[in-house]
Design a protein around this ligand. Structure first.
Ligand code: IMP
Length: 195
């Protein structure tokens, strides 16, 4: 069995470009849900990254009946008992998410500033069977915003000496939680459909 088309539950051009580049060597074309004629936007009311990724993937699969992928990601801060986690996107008014975390972390000593970005991808194959692939990137919450690249929590997420907003998107795409999950998916698809 071979797949040549994968529909992604997003219309985000940056995500699509990243995913397309990864899968083109396998001869798999990745298309947006819009290009597949679907306009799904389900309520993400799961309690884990996997549940939310599955909700998005399954809703799309039910419409297009083709292999689909959906991802869900967020930041988990140890000092905040894992928050904001699945609530990362709406944790604070847009553009103020970093300030909110910095305020909540103002009493956290260096040793307790560990955090990780998590990404889970749900893949549903041509028969409706699902698989989950996750990726994590560990780092620390800084003491102030640094850098102008990226989005969301990038300016306060320190990966070594630099924040995610201080490195190029090419470099981030080599080490990020999303890149790791996508690499896992690449291996799965290669083994299953292309070897
Ligand atoms: P989504 O699941 O990709 O929509 O991401 C959910 C939220 O998690 C985003 O709105 C961001 O706030 C946060 N997030 C996920 N990945 C990243 C990242 O690579 N950098 C910064 N913030 C991120």
């Amino acid at each position: 069995m071979k797949i040549n088309k994968l529909v992604m539950a997003t219309n985000n051009k940056n995500k699509l470009r990243e995913v397309r580049e990864i899968f083109s060597p396998l001869g798999i074309e990745v298309i947006s849900q819009k290009d597949a004629g679907a306009d799904t936007n389900p309520e993400e009311n799961g309690s884990t990254f996997s549940e939310n990724a599955y909700i998005k993937a399954k809703t799309l699969y039910d419409v297009v009946k083709l292999p689909v992928i959906a991802d869900d990601s967020g930041l988990c801060v140890d000092f905040l008992e894992g928050r904001p986690s699945i609530h990362s996107a709406r944790y604070a008014p847009e553009g103020q998410e970093c300030e909110k975390i910095l305020e909540e972390m103002k009493d956290a000593p260096d040793s307790q500033r560990t955090a990780k970005f998590v990404c889970v991808i749900a893949f549903i194959d041509e028969n409706g069977n699902s698989e989950f692939i996750s990726g994590e990137c560990s780092g620390k919450i800084g003491y102030e915003k640094k850098g102008l690249n990226g989005f969301g929590y990038d300016p306060i997420f320190m990966c070594g000496e630099k924040s995610f907003a201080e490195i190029s998107s090419d470099d981030k795409n080599k080490i990020s939680h999303r890149a790791k999950a996508l690499k896992g998916l690449y291996e799965l698809l290669k083994e299953r459909y292309c070897d």
